[in-house]
Design a protein around this ligand. Structure first.
Ligand SMILES: *[C@@H]1O[C@H](CO)[C@@H](O)[C@H](O)[C@H]1NC(C)=O
Length: 205
């Protein structure tokens, strides 16, 4: 058995797979309490031996225990947008540590579009790339679910609801400590963003 994790559509078409693996006796997938989805041999609990783990392929959510940059085993981990709304494979945007310097870069098709030294502009580019800008701009909750929603509608709705927390946590990650303490009390991303604008531009930008 090889232990490759594959995501199928309802009609059994492959959306994406975790790629190459190695032979193990009995591969299992497990969602750990940390939020890390791992594929491992049933009897092997040693993290270094995991066949695959979602923490090596983050998108827009940074959880405690995740690492970015050059992590173990010569593995370079960066945050990446999805290929499309239904396809979680790596998309065109990445958020990554520059190995040579101490900056974070937002790249589109490997070309740097913004860097952490750019401060507020960087945060803006980041939120746009990860499809989170709308919640910041409007500050609105998504429309409530209609009566008798389908499973797809429920999923879509909870994803939309989660966006405001994602956006706020993204903003927290990209700003400096000095700025962070100013916006930590803000409950919505819009509130935090308005505060940043006030501080840096004095007006809309
Ligand atoms: C990603 O970039 C490629 C190459 O520039 C382009 O063809 C494709 O449409 C882009 N995908 C999205 C979702 O923007």
């Amino acid at each position: 058995m090889i232990g490759i994790l594959v995501l199928f559509t309802q009609s059994n078409a492959v959306i994406c797979s975790s790629g190459t693996s190695r032979g193990v006796r009995n591969p299992v997938a497990q969602l750990l309490d940390s939020g890390n989805l791992v594929v491992r041999d049933e009897d092997d609990l040693i993290p270094e031996n995991f066949l695959w783990q979602s923490f090596d392929h983050p998108d827009s959510t940074f959880l405690l225990g995740m690492k970015t940059g050059l992590v173990t085993k010569g593995l370079y981990v960066c945050f990446s947008s999805w290929k499309s709304i239904n396809d979680p494979c790596q998309g065109n945007f990445t958020f990554e540590v520059d190995i040579n310097g101490l900056q974070m870069y937002l790249k589109q098709n490997s070309v740097a579009k913004a860097q952490s030294g750019d401060g507020i502009e960087f945060g803006l580019a980041y939120l746009r790339a990860f499809d989170l800008w709308e919640v910041v701009e409007t500050g609105r909750d998504p429309p409530t679910l209609r009566v008798d929603p389908t499973v797809a509608q429920i999923k879509h709705h909870s994803k939309e609801c989660a966006k405001k927390y994602k956006a706020l946590s993204c903003l927290h990650q990209v700003v400096s400590n000095v700025i962070f303490v100013r916006i930590i009390a803000c409950e919505t991303t819009k509130e935090a963003w308005d505060k940043l604008k006030e501080k840096f531009h004095g007006s809309d930008k």
